[in-house]
Design a protein around this ligand. Structure first.
Ligand code: HEC
Ligand code: HEC
Length: 282
């Protein structure tokens, strides 16, 4: 057997019967085959690397095209063309998913104004529809986590244990940074975990799913979607409803230590006055 690349023995026999192709023709044939092979390889490469060439707008849904226009206006300087990222300005958004975009844009963190320790929450610059379009664009570019549709707060009639379970999950997973009452707290080097008192159910779900900045990601392996809903239920129906169950003074919501101290100080003061009163009477 010969190792002729394109036909094997049968072609050889056929060629020999007529006339061996001239040298020039063989060279030309080789060149044509080379070009064809390169073109094929190039085609296969672009077909399998979705972001290698500029995304063809026609492959985007109409809502994602709207999102792309917004992105090219407000985000491209930091996140780059096709959200590939810009060295030193902003990370690539490929694979962060619509959940991250909806969280970051919905809480006004993005577009970021300047580099700082932590992108601050501000009044959102985009309305809900635009935020969804931006999310849709990033989703279609690179996939990633998406917010579930439907109700994110459990109905206590059909799931009466949701509050108790959510409270327990919150204390285990969230209170170390956000505080037992959800009031927030400082972290190292100018960063902080914000108060959760104004967070919407979508924002809470998005934060858990995407782990913004110094917050860890709570993927569905760490906290199942049902457990996430229970935490949201607890934050929404417990922490956000009775922000100060202790009365007028919340004592920083630091729990038993400050409460004990307050009772101690007030109690001692009363005792001192009682002692003075008794001494003055006798
Ligand atoms: C001034 C620069 C700047 C602009 C403008 C900007 N971003 Fe960002 N963005 C950043 C930086 C920096 C980070 C990383 C923040 C961090 O993690 O500390 C970031 C992070 C993000 C993330 C989180 C990525 C992740 O891994 O979860 C998303 C989503 C995002 N940006 C979306 C947007 C969108 C959408 C816009 C336009 C509406 C935008 N950004 C505009 C600088 C910018
Ligand atoms: C290691 C500390 C840490 C833990 C643990 C943590 N977070 Fe966070 N969280 C943060 C930080 C830091 C931010 C601010 C991130 C930013 O500004 O981009 C944040 C932001 C948030 C926000 C956004 C608030 C807003 O107003 O926009 C929500 C909601 C949230 N976290 C919920 C949770 C929940 C629920 C849990 C538990 C499942 C949790 N976090 C666990 C550190 C933490």
């Amino acid at each position: 057997m010969t190792s002729d690349p394109h036909g094997g023995p049968r072609f050889r026999a056929f060629a020999r019967k007529r006339r061996a192709p001239s040298r020039a023709r063989r060279r030309l044939g080789a060149a044509v085959r080379m070009i064809a092979a390169l073109a094929l390889a190039g085609g296969v490469y672009t077909a399998f690397t979705p972001n290698a060439s500029a995304q063809d707008d026609r492959t985007l849904s109409s809502s994602a095209q709207e999102g792309k226009a917004l992105f090219d206006n407000s985000c491209i300087t930091c996140h780059g063309r096709d959200a590939q990222g810009v060295e030193g300005r902003g990370p690539s958004l490929i694979g962060v998913g619509s959940a991250a975009v909806e969280f970051q844009v919905g809480t006004g963190r993005m577009p970021m104004v300047r580099q700082e320790a932590q992108a601050e929450q501000k009044a959102p610059q985009f309305n809900e529809a635009q935020t969804k379009q931006l999310g849709q664009y990033i989703q279609e570019l690179g996939g990633g986590p998406q917010l579930p549709s439907g109700e994110l707060v459990d109905n206590l009639e059909s799931n009466p244990d949701a509050l108790a379970r959510g409270g327990e999950l919150f204390r285990v997973n969230c209170s170390s940074c956000h505080g037992f009452g959800g009031g927030g707290g400082a972290l190292s080097s100018g960063k902080f975990a914000p108060s959760l008192h104004d967070a919407t159910p979508q924002e809470i779900y998005g934060a858990m799913l995407t782990g913004p900045q110094n917050m860890p990601v709570f993927g569905d392996n760490e906290l199942s979607p049902d457990e996430k809903r229970e935490i949201i239920t607890y934050v929404n129906l417990q922490l956000q409803q009775d922000k100060d169950p202790g009365g007028i003074f919340n004592l920083g919501r630091y729990g038993p230590v400050t409460e004990g101290l307050a009772i101690f100080v007030i109690g001692i003061t009363i005792l001192v006055f009682v002692a003075l009163w008794i001494a003055g009477k006798s």
